[in-house]
Design a protein. Structure first.
Length: 352
């Protein structure tokens, strides 16, 4: 569990942490209540401790949630599948998480839509320094040469099957390198960002597909890994984390839904204008013991730090991910753009 800076421990955070029951046990860490007026039903937000959810960190720390008409209750989850499980129960109004888990929600429940994007081209593929040299020389053939040299297949450790890092990795291996992800390499599910980071620092895997701040943290520890590919080089507009809203929010509280997107856009503008302060906000929410401020700020210089709000920008990549999600059996149907997205709220806000 990531520990929060004590100065950020609100009364609501304290109450939830003390209770230690229900969904808090699943999440592993609890968020808090902030902003809004006390008379309205709260806006329940689920998020992950990753840079693709940067808008939440900024809205929380810079007081943007205060401009909403309802108080915000935010809860942190370690990975997308955990949010899927919780969101599918109907307990959350907004989720900031991966586009593939969002597709699974659409497929399994039909009661939510993606209304905003958080980031594009966020994924980095890392490998050990030794393999990186081999890859520089031989490209896709490096994996076969690695197997001959080591007597085993190259092992990637990343998020669970069907997650954004997992599907992006499979797409890169298949479509870019012409390799079979099932037979030419091993892909190991490690859970969330924390376990991936720990495995890399301990040298337990040969590489990963991951988003910031993990690559910067790992490189700051001289763990012997480097980036060998970036999503922006082979998938323009690659989707990562998105903002999904429950139908009850979009249909029954549309003004609140639009206000959330206004603050999201404001947060994106803040992030791009003030990257160092946004990084400090991220460290405060994720936990400065896990993400020191200086490392958080270094991560903002990464190729993977491309923060946006406009969901139209990830439409093309979302089609690719929807195809892979269907092929991998993560969704029962191959979802189309109209199944996944509701652009109407964002467009109305953007055109004001």
């Amino acid at each position: 569990m990531s520990s929060f800076d004590g100065s950020q421990l609100s009364r609501r955070r304290f109450v939830q942490a003390a209770a230690g029951t229900g969904i808090a046990g699943l999440a592993g860490c609890v968020g808090g209540l902030t902003g809004g007026s006390g008379g309205d039903d709260p806006l329940n937000v689920a998020y992950m401790p990753i840079y693709p959810d940067m808008q939440h960190f900024v809205m929380d720390q810079e007081g943007y949630y205060d401009d909403l008409s309802a108080p915000v209750e935010a809860e942190m989850f370690s990975d997308g599948p955990s949010i899927v499980q919780a969101f599918a129960k109907g307990d959350y109004d907004v989720a900031l998480f991966g586009v593939v888990p969002a597709m699974i929600i659409v497929d399994k429940t039909g009661f939510a839509k993606v209304t905003g994007a958080n980031i594009e081209e966020a994924m980095l593929i890392m490998a050990s320094d030794e393999f990186a040299a081999l890859y520089d020389e031989h490209g896709a053939d490096a994996f076969a040469k690695f197997e001959v040299q080591k007597g085993r297949k190259f092992t990637f450790g990343t998020f669970p099957p069907g997650s954004v890092p997992d599907i992006l990795l499979r797409y890169w291996l298949d479509s870019e390198l012409g390799l079979d992800p099932e037979s030419d390499v091993n892909i190991k599910s490690l859970g969330g960002a924390g376990p991936v980071r720990q495995a890399l620092v301990a040298g337990k895997v040969d590489g990963t597909s991951i988003m910031e701040p993990v690559p910067t943290i790992v490189q700051s520890k001289d763990a012997g890994y480097q980036n060998i590919a970036w999503a922006g080089d082979f998938m323009s507009g690659q989707p990562a984390a998105v903002t999904m809203m429950h139908d009850r929010l979009r249909n029954e509280r549309p003004e609140l839904a639009k206000d959330f997107l206004r603050q999201h856009r404001k947060a994106t503008e803040f992030i791009n204008a003030n990257p160092d302060k946004a990084a400090e906000d991220a460290a405060s929410v994720i936990g400065k013991d896990v993400l020191p401020v200086d490392i958080a700020q270094q991560a903002m210089e990464s190729k993977g730090a491309n923060f946006i709000s406009d969901p139209h920008r990830i439409e093309g990549g979302a089609k690719i991910f929807a195809d892979y999600a269907s092929r991998l059996g993560k969704t029962e149907q191959k979802l189309g753009v109209s199944d996944i997205f509701d652009y109407s709220l964002y467009d109305e806000v953007a055109n004001e």
